[in-house]
Design a protein around this ligand. Structure first.
Ligand code: 13P
Length: 254
């Protein structure tokens, strides 16, 4: 598939996989995806598996991501993890502002922007998540939500930092529900986000940003979604937990 930007397929394992299970999964992925150069492949295990997974993927095309981090560099923040601690395990990416954290941990756009700044300061690439709920979509507020979340979650970033940020459009109603956005719905939202980036930063920056789609991505719907001009990859939840389905998603995106 010829794309303007290199696709990035990331697996968000959420709160799944013990260390032993995580190793089983990445060892299988390493074999399945040994020769894939066309797309960037990222796995985001829970913090507790980062160390072992990091060692297991050393000699592979798979890169490591974390699922969250503190906006603060060090200090009295019980239960938090700082960017430098992630760097110890060669983490390259960090998911920020996932809708589950926005919902359960009440993360705000302003906090997510602080985390994105801290990630860039440590040379980690943030994957900043945005997306509307079902009630918001049904009320015709998808664009209004994105108009708030996109500038709010990227506040204070330079053009260069934005270009190195990945945005994940994840409509909340499509997460874990088996209901994928239609290709038209995904493309429309992605194009809208890119338009916002052009307004907020500039056209050439907007063209560099990779925008992933997330929400019930499966091997069967990958090809069609990735064929959309503004869809530059996928953030995969459930289907990233098994070798077969995640490997097939990567292969079907090529
Ligand atoms: P599912 O692929 O399970 O719908 O999850 C999507 C997601 O939240 C990825 O971050």
């Amino acid at each position: 598939m010829k794309k303007e930007r290199k696709l990035i397929i990331a697996g968000n394992w959420k709160m799944n996989k013990t260390v032993a299970e995580a190793l089983g999964l990445v060892r299988g992925l390493k074999i399945e995806l040994a020769n894939v150069k066309e797309v960037d492949i990222v796995v985001c295990p829970p913090f507790t598996a980062l160390s072992e997974v990091s060692k297991a993927i050393l000699d592979s095309v798979i890169r490591l991501g974390a699922q969250n981090m503190s906006p603060n560099p060090v200090g009295a923040f019980t239960g938090e993890i700082a960017a430098v601690m992630l760097k110890e395990f060669s983490v390259r990416y960090v998911i920020l502002g996932h809708s589950e954290r926005r919902q359960y941990q009440k993360e705000s756009d302003a906090l997510i922007a602080q985390k994105a700044l801290a990630a860039h300061a440590a040379s980690l690439k943030p994957i900043v998540c945005v997306g509307e709920t079902l009630a918001e979509r049904e009320a015709g507020q998808t664009e209004k939500v994105l108009q708030t979340q996109v500038p709010g979650s990227l506040a204070g970033l330079t053009r260069e930092q934005v270009a190195e940020t990945i945005i994940a459009y994840e409509p909340v109603w499509a997460i874990g529900t088996g209901k994928t956005a239609t290709t038209a719905q995904a493309q429309q939202a992605h194009a809208f986000i890119r338009g916002l980036l052009a307004q907020l930063f500039d056209e050439s920056t907007a063209r560099r940003v990779r925008i992933q789609y997330g929400g019930s991505v499966k091997p069967a719907n990958t090809r069609e979604l990735m064929a959309q001009p503004d869809v530059d990859g996928a953030l995969v939840g459930g289907a990233s937990l098994e070798v077969r389905s995640f490997a097939d998603i990567v292969k079907n995106s090529i």
